[in-house]
Write a protein that binds this ligand. Structure first.
Ligand code: HEM
Length: 452
């Protein structure tokens, strides 16, 4: 339970000792954050603190502690203040640069774009993109799976989010703008997002150009009275509660929010899904049997058919559990809080870690073992508590794009597995902790051979 006042005599969470003055555990943490967190969890249990570059970080792990984190109100645990480094990308007045209520209103505009009939249309867009992408591969060869998943998910996201005009003209300019925006996400940006660095200046220029590109499409659609089946269209028709329409800058900001929340994360989860499956090929026959039973040789993907791919879905869920793309979620602590007899003062950061929580033996049976069948209806290990599997977060800030992400990963792996024999290109695929979204370290090679 979380309460608000803290007295001086009360117990504070155990502190992870060691580390450097001021920097604390920053260096080890940058190399292997999960190693540091897992070690501290083994030592102290569900709540502990450590020092990170001058900030005290209090880590909560396990279903009950995760629940306390996700259920804390915004004026106590602020997501907005923890993710300020995204403001230069998303834009002024968008998401983390507005009040939590306004942000909810903005995200609420997205829901019509996630309705059944839209998801139905996206299913085929996703399949068409996947097919066109894999058609560019030869008869056999070797590819970097993460690079491939990144390229393909950019095509899918731009088609479903910004629309076919944009997708058709997807230029090297867009790739370079996207790259410059991504270059604005770093550990330095987390602490100082507005330093006059060349990478931050490129980020800001890229955003201005992105607004210009999307404004042209909006103007074009309005003048032709054309309507698209995409997120852009949904935002073009949305109204704030006071009746005002969204400005082009607002629309672009929300599209960038979705693109940044959903593209790289989906690419990474798609890559891990495939790697884990190829590392455990005993699970492939059931997936192939399901493909045959549900899809046959059809190249069209209905939403209904995709929903029936339960075996494939469990392998994605197991990848989400073992290799969550977001390994830590943060909040700034604005008001003192209490958890299970421990008191934490306002001022520091609170964190939950999907990567650590997903490997607790009290939540999952043999947690380090790859076992997608733990999610069968009979076993349903994720249903014991809503806060054991948290790869998509929880509570009021839970991901709104999970169904979209699962749908595209299902489509991608259905197309790949139906049309190619695949093999791992090397022995080990370790996580790369040098970025915010934790994918497999590159090169991350797989070999393919097209079916005749
Ligand atoms: C595998 C893919 C994805 C993963 C692992 C993922 C994970 C997450 C997580 C963990 C959060 C909660 C963050 C927090 O509590 O601090 C989140 C929030 C969010 N996600 Fe996703 N996501 C994915 C795909 C998507 C997609 C495809 C979209 C959009 C189409 C999306 C849109 C969002 C948005 C808008 C939020 C913020 C919700 C809020 O704060 O109220 N995500 N996501």
């Amino acid at each position: 339970m979380i309460t608000t006042s803290v007295s001086d005599v009360k117990k504070t969470p155990p502190i992870l000792r060691g580390g450097l003055p001021y920097l604390g555990h920053a260096l080890e943490f940058q190399r292997n954050p999960i190693g540091v967190l897992q070690h501290a969890r083994d030592q102290f249990g569900e709540i502990f603190s450590f020092l990170l570059a001058g900030s005290k970080v209090t880590v909560l792990t396990g279903a009950k502690a995760n629940e306390a984190f996700f259920r804390a109100p915004d004026d106590q645990f602020s997501q907005k203040q923890a993710y300020q480094f995204m403001v230069p990308i998303f834009g002024k007045g968008i998401a983390y640069d507005t009040t939590p209520d306004r942000m909810s209103e903005q995200l609420g505009f997205i829901f019509p774009a996630l309705r059944e009939e839209r998801m139905q249309a996206y299913a085929q867009f996703m399949a068409d993109e996947a097919q066109a992408y894999f058609d560019t591969w030869g008869k056999s060869g070797e590819i970097d799976l993460l690079t491939a998943m990144n390229e393909l998910t950019v095509f899918i996201a731009s088609r479903c989010l910004i629309g076919h005009e944009f997708r058709q003209n997807l230029s090297t300019e867009f790739a370079s703008l996207y790259h410059d925006l991504e270059g604005g996400i770093s550990l330095l940006a987390f602490f100082q997002p507005y330093l006059p660095l060349p990478s931050f200046q490129r980020r800001d220029k890229a955003r201005i150009r992105m607004v210009e590109l999307i404004s042209q499409i909006i103007a074009n659609r309005r003048s032709r009275g054309h309507e698209g089946e995409d997120f852009l269209q949904t935002l073009m028709t949305a109204r704030y509660a006071d009746g005002t329409v969204l400005s082009d800058d607002n629309i672009t900001g929300l599209l960038l929010t979705l693109l940044f929340a959903g593209q790289h994360t989906s690419a990474v989860l798609a890559a891990w899904t495939g790697i884990l499956l190829l590392q455990h090929p005993q699970y492939l026959p059931a997936i192939m049997a399901e493909q045959q039973a549900v899809l046959g040789n059809s190249k069209t993907f209905s939403l209904e058919a995709l929903r029936q791919l339960g075996v494939l879905e469990r392998s994605i869920k197991e990848a989400e559990r073992l290799r969550p793309p977001l390994v830590m979620l943060m909040r700034k602590i604005l008001r003192d809080f209490e958890y299970n007899g421990y008191y934490v003062r306002a001022g520091g950061l609170a964190m939950v870690s999907p990567a650590v929580s997903h490997r607790l033996s009290e939540c999952f049976h043999f947690p380090n073992r790859y076992d997608p069948d733990r999610f069968t209806p009979e076993r349903a290990e994720d249903r014991k508590s809503p806060y054991t599997l948290i790869g998509f977060g929880g509570g009021r800030h839970r991901c709104i794009g999970q169904a979209f992400a699962y749908q595209q990963i299902k489509v991608i792996w259905s197309v790949l597995l139906q049309q190619f024999d695949l093999e791992l290109g090397h022995r080990n695929y370790e996580p790369d902790y040098s970025t915010f979204i934790i994918g497999p370290r590159q090169p991350c090679l797989i070999r393919y051979r097209r079916h005749l």
